[in-house]
Write a protein that binds this ligand. Sequence first.
Ligand code: ME8
Length: 513
Amino acid sequence: MTRPFYVTTPIYYVNGAPHIGHAYTSVAADVLARFHRLAGDDVFFLTGTDEHGQKVEQAAQAAGVAPKAFADRVSDDFRSMADAMAISYDDFIRTTEPRHIEGAQALWRKVADNDAIYLGAYEGWYALRDECFYGEDELITGPDGQKVAPTGAPVEWVKEPSYFFRLSAFQDRLLAYYEANPEFLGPHGMKREIISFVKQGLRDLSVSRTSFNWGIPVPGDEQHVMYVWFDALANYLSALDYPNTDAARMRFWPASLHLVGKDIARFHAIYWPAFLMAAGVELPQKIFANGWWTIEGQKMSKSLGNVVDPRDLVKEFGLDAVRFFLLREVPFGGDSDLSRKSLIMRNNVELANDLGNLAQRTLSLVARNCGGILPERRALTEEDTHLLGQVAVLRELMASQMDRCALTDALEDVWKVIRACNAYIDHQAPWALKKTDPERMNDVLRVLVDALRGIATMLQPFMPQSMERMLTQLGVAEEERIFAALETPLPGGRVLPAPQGIFPRYVEAADPA
Ligand code: ME8
């Protein structure tokens, strides 16, 4: 029986161009989706764009384009960014699509039918940049002495008729849920913040707006459009054809994991579960928040002109070096800094040196000393068994890291084995065995090919393109690349293609070294 695994990225606002922060959450979700596919699970991986709301409407106005035409253009750009980063999404949802509008309206009706929505009037603070209502007590003083949101976003006083969601009625149920399901929220710091926020008391939430109309009409009251977060969160269900509970895609609900940035933890960890409780829909299994990227130590912003388009990095350093860097640099969940120096360092030390050289040394010895033919697997020494044992446990070790969203720890587990392989090759010195003990040379090279096969198989989710090349060079056929295939050793005697370097060292043009 294959297990369903449903992972989502946030759907990105189309008010601005995609950047490295968006790519980050998408790459992380992609690694998880690919990992589960290779593990044999039934995977559904969703990404898309969030196209309604005042922020998008204003961006379209500023560009002098109608909101839908503007959204079409920027949404296409997000899709092209996802494709350039090899994001293997199964569906790309846009909130302006009829299927989403139907799903969001159905969810609204369900919540309203269960008496969790009432009509009132909102008077209070709103931060357009965050598309978020803030209580007076949450505001802080900004650099010019004015009141701003805790995120630093400017706030404005809003007063308009509004539908409210009875969020306050869900406070105790939410707290009980967090308590009973310790794995529901992660990482730890985010969970702590959410619980303390909920404990301070929840106010009912304004869930419709009347001062503009770029949104989904509220069922039964066309004067109102849905609050963009009610609309947006519903995407996770509308993409599965909700409210058609008989739809084949509904087998993926409840979602296994909503991956989000820490900036939007509140919406996912409080509002979304409360909406679902009110609608009588099962809750997702896990919500995990990734940290925030700075660029060379500075916050990324249009005004600083330091917004990084991931496609430019890919052009310069190659796709897999960028994907690897994003997940390797800082334990997943924490904040990280992108600097050229550290990107180049990771590429040169861990990819070109540790892994690239290991593969190149092994495969060129097979080419030169074994006629390019994979030696048979024969009796193993204790050192051989020890090394291959470390490779064999990677599958289980990484699966448990993936369950915890510990993507960086999973990479570290692989690198421990790569370092062990390097120690092994140096110690066994197969190049010196050609004359003295050619049979042992064959055995050592075979052990190394097997170890590399295990490593490359397990690294495919992180670096799909270069691991594909590595597996081809190791003589692994396409159907032998799933994790379960590792149980069957490759037959000796296969002819391996001529080895070619996989990870070039990067040398700065201006760097005399
Ligand atoms: O919030 N570092 O969309 P958004 C790391 N539409 N991640 C970053 C980042 C950075 N500097 N900047 C952005 C929205 N991100 C809503 C979501 S979901 C139902 C609706 C990533 O375009 C991070 O994942 O503002 C963050 O949560 C997301 O982009 C916000 O994208």
